[in-house]
Design a protein around this ligand. Structure first.
Ligand SMILES: Cc1cc2nc3c(=O)[nH]c(=O)nc-3n(C[C@H](O)[C@H](O)[C@H](O)COP(=O)(O)O)c2cc1C
Ligand code: SF4
Length: 491
């Protein structure tokens, strides 16, 4: 992963933990209303893909165990991982693109509601993504994939040569020469792997996205409601289709790109259709970017505009993330696809404790606060969710007290210790297992391996040193019992 040049090592320091009495007067552990959903507390576990679904995109026992483990910490809300609105094979990622997925999802909602004793609201993140291929070996690219054009013939000065000869010649050329002969998209397909964009207007299925996506999201939301989810989070963030419509790089010329208002058009049409299908009384929010963190991408001013318009359109909550784009992703190895968390924008999404002078623990506070204030000035009360480097009570409570956000959540800290909200609430913060922000988990995600936390694995290793490294990866966080003695201490 990309790292800032300064390489300053920041200390993970959760700060002072509150007493149970302080918790009773805190904002973080006070209720809030999101549309029709009441959260018992303003704690939140955002979407995290654990790579545990079946290859057919269905819920299995591993998926249930994973979310039940988070539910045992009884956060105000959990957002289930990015779940595909299309019914297309995409490996062990959850899908909701057909009614046959409903029974499994229903089991999941029942299990989570039961495990949290009804305290946790369960939302599901709905995603659409475009096609991306693995980086091909050069031989395969030139011999099979590349379409030989007149431009190639002209630039190579081989007007009458057989196609086979041109392919072999291209294969023999050094990189600098290929830069002159191949166009930008051919070079990208060779060096990064082919990737579709929302601006590929020559492709019919891309041109027609605005006609197709509202219906797909709406049906998915209806299924989410039928399966017992308390609401849906529309995934308008990171590197995926809807975020690409919002991006300043979206120059579509069909009324769905160009100006901010036109870039926002499809996300609003999706919302409208979701409302029609899932019901006006169903909780619908979205996740979008406070800053794309890429050259010529959308910036915090765009995000303020989007935030106010989403609030005006009736979103029930807005969850802010940042970065996580393909545009600055590192070149993948041959046989792997590009991963949108390897460049600077990826770092901004999931910063590690090796950072610049600003550090990794609150990079999203300022832009999120700007969005929330603009929404309030426009006269809307839409709750705003802040995520990014949160791992302590004082930090979270200060954000809420100063009006920077309405809900404060954590992904990696909740992964490191799914019981942490409960421990804090019970006045036992000293027992929290603090995330070290090293991104071992994110490395597993990148390799499409089942996600675990380094700290669980380390504990397993200490408990049983004879087994091989791989056998020691534990699939769930170590147990914690609220009525037990301290089993883990930070001190
Ligand atoms: C393993 C892993 C999987 C993730 N999957 C998703 C996802 O499905 N959808 C999403 O919006 N964000 C996803 N994220 C990003 C997190 O929700 C969160 O925005 C990010 O980790 C920063 O928050 P943190 O500092 O509290 O970890 C993922 C993060 C991790 C570590
Ligand atoms: S592996 Fe665990 S400790 Fe490391 S960043 Fe991920 S959640 Fe935190």
């Amino acid at each position: 992963m990309w790292k800032p040049a300064q390489r300053i090592k920041h200390k993970v320091s959760p700060g002072r933990w509150p007493t149970a009495a302080e918790i009773r007067s805190s904002l973080w552990f006070s209720p809030i209303q999101l549309g029709q959903s009441r959260l018992e507390q303003r704690t939140w576990v955002p979407a995290m893909v654990p790579w545990r679904a079946t290859d057919e995109g269905k819920v299995n026992q591993d998926v249930i165990d994973w979310y039940v483990r988070f539910a045992e910490g009884r956060p105000g809300a959990i957002v289930v991982e990015a779940t595909a609105v299309r019914d297309l094979p995409s490996g062990p990622l959850l899908r909701i693109g057909d009614d046959r997925f409903i029974p499994g999802l229903q089991e999941l909602t029942r299990a989570v509601h039961h495990a949290s004793q009804g305290e946790t609201r369960l939302f599901i993140q709905l995603i659409d993504f475009l096609s991306i291929r693995r980086r091909p070996p050069a031989e395969k690219y030139f011999r099979q994939f590349l379409k030989i054009t007149d431009t190639h013939r002209q630039k190579l000065n081989m007007p009458d040569a057989k196609e086979e000869k041109i392919r072999e010649h291209l294969l023999s050329l050094p990189d600098e020469k290929l830069d002159e002969i191949l166009n930008e998209s051919e070079l990208e397909s060779l060096r990064m792997g082919y990737r579709e964009r929302v601006t590929d207007m020559a492709l019919e299925h891309i041109r027609s996205l605005p006609q197709i996506l509202p219906g797909l999201f709406a049906e998915a939301a209806r299924r989410a409601r039928d399966a017992g989810f308390d609401g849906v989070e529309l995934h308008y963030a990171h590197a995926y289709t809807m975020a690409s419509f919002l991006s300043a790089l979206n120059h579509r010329d069909d009324g769905y790109g160009g100006s901010r208002a036109q870039r926002l058009r499809l996300p609003l049409e999706v919302l409208q259709k979701v409302r029609e299908k899932a019901g006006v009384d169903y909780t619908v929010g979205c996740r979008f970017l406070s800053d794309e963190c890429i050259d010529a991408g959308s910036d915090p001013d765009d995000a303020v505009y989007y935030g106010v318009e989403f609030a005006r359109a009736g979103m029930d909550f807005l969850s802010l993330s940042r970065g996580g784009k393909f545009e600055d992703a590192k070149q993948p190895q041959v046989g792997w696809s590009a991963y949108p968390y390897t460049g600077r924008s990826g770092y901004e999404c999931m910063p590690t404790c090796i950072s610049d002078e600003f550090g990794p623990f609150g990079r999203n506070i300022e832009p999120t606060s700007g969005i929330r204030h603009a929404i309030r000035e426009a006269g809307y009360e839409t709750p705003v969710v802040l995520i990014g480097g949160i791992h302590g009570y004082e930090q979270a409570e200060a954000i809420l007290q100063s009006g920077d956000a309405d809900i404060v959540g954590s992904a990696r800290q909740s992964l490191a210790d799914p019981d942490w909200f409960r421990k804090v609430k019970l006045g036992r913060g000293g027992e929290v297992r603090s995330c070290q922000f090293t991104n071992y988990c994110e490395g597993l995600d990148q390799k499409h391996k089942q996600v675990t936390c380094q700290l669980w694995d380390r504990q397993a290793l200490e408990e049983n040193p004879d087994r091989t490294r791989d056998g020691k990866r534990r699939m769930l966080a170590p147990r914690w019992h609220a009525n037990s003695e301290t089993v883990f201490s930070n001190k």
